[in-house]
Design a binder for this molecule. Structure first.
Ligand SMILES: [Zn+2]
Ligand SMILES: [Zn+2]
Length: 289
């Protein structure tokens, strides 16, 4: 049996095409062509390919250069930055270990992200931010330094900032305020409640909802979606992670976006086409493509 044997079936196509605002094609099974064709067949005609380390960021930039349907973002993931500083070979990449770690290794890696961020097919800097769930107190300093550097890079190049915020809402919002957020800032896999959505709305931050908004225990996410200004709402898969109900636990991919769009439309009390139109416009505006 192929490794994608348990891949969920194709949903009914969307009538209005949308973008998957955050995906990791390099972590999914099958070729890029297959993934894009499958997505396009159900109305997911654009994807934002997100880099998490140097290798992944280079790959994102190359893939976006090769396919019109793909836009790239580049970054060192919040869980990657401490690994580079500490020279931990267990990370997504081994650059830090090769360079022996230390703050210099992080600076070198950031210089490469800076170089990639200048490329025209690179529309954003991220995912960056803070992850207090997977990185312990020993990694906080490296994570914060990396986050601040990514904010600076995004602003200097006029690119969108893609935020990964796991169990770190207050610190992420504080650092954005201290540094001054870029004009276009996206909270990927938005995980705050309705109260935080109001804060994001006032700041003009985009909120990108993933398949976990369909989970039974995710009422706070649905409450946030219900009150978020429509013009700041995006949809994403974060595939291969966070597969929406009823396929939770099976491999996720951009072609499953319609499942989440329909769940979102129900929360908003909106017609599917109207929501898809808004999502499509919002994603193009957020990433300036
Ligand atoms: Zn993330
Ligand atoms: Zn991601």
């Amino acid at each position: 049996m192929p490794s994608n044997a348990e891949a969920p079936p194709l949903p009914d196509p969307l009538r209005v095409p949308v973008a998957d605002s955050h995906t990791h094609l390099d972590m999914q099974s099958g070729t890029v062509e297959e993934g894009l064709a499958k997505a396009a067949s159900v109305g997911v005609t654009t994807v934002v390919q997100v880099g998490c380390d140097l290798k992944g960021s280079r790959w994102a930039a190359e893939t976006a250069a090769a396919y019109d349907a793909v836009h790239a973002t580049v970054a060192l993931h919040p869980n990657e930055a401490p690994r580079i500083v500490h020279g931990d070979p267990g990370g997504w990449s081994r650059q830090g270990a090769r360079q022996g770690g230390g703050a210099g290794a992080l600076d070198e890696a950031l210089a490469e992200i800076d170089r990639l961020a200048a490329l025209p097919q690179v529309k954003g800097v991220g995912e960056t931010g803070l992850d207090h769930f997977r990185t312990g107190p020993e990694g906080v300093e490296a994570q914060e330094r990396s986050f601040r550097a990514h904010i600076e890079i995004a602003k200097r190049h006029g690119k969108a900032l893609v935020i990964h915020d796991r169990d770190a809402h207050a610190d992420v919002l504080r650092i954005l305020k201290e540094e001054g957020a870029p004009e276009r800032t996206v909270f990927h896999c938005y995980s705050g409640d309705a109260e935080m959505a109001a804060v994001c709305a006032r700041a003009g931050y985009y909120m990108s909802f993933a398949g976990n908004m369909t989970f039974k225990n995710a009422q706070p996410l649905r409450d946030a979606l219900a009150v978020a200004p429509l013009e700041l709402v995006l949809v994403e898969t974060d595939a291969p992670f966070l597969t929406p109900v009823p396929y939770r636990g099976r491999p996720n991919a951009p072609y499953l976006i319609p499942v989440t769009v329909r769940a979102m439309a129900a929360v908003r009390g909106l017609d599917e086409d109207a929501l898809a139109t808004a999502l499509s416009t919002n994603t193009a505006r957020a990433f300036d493509y």
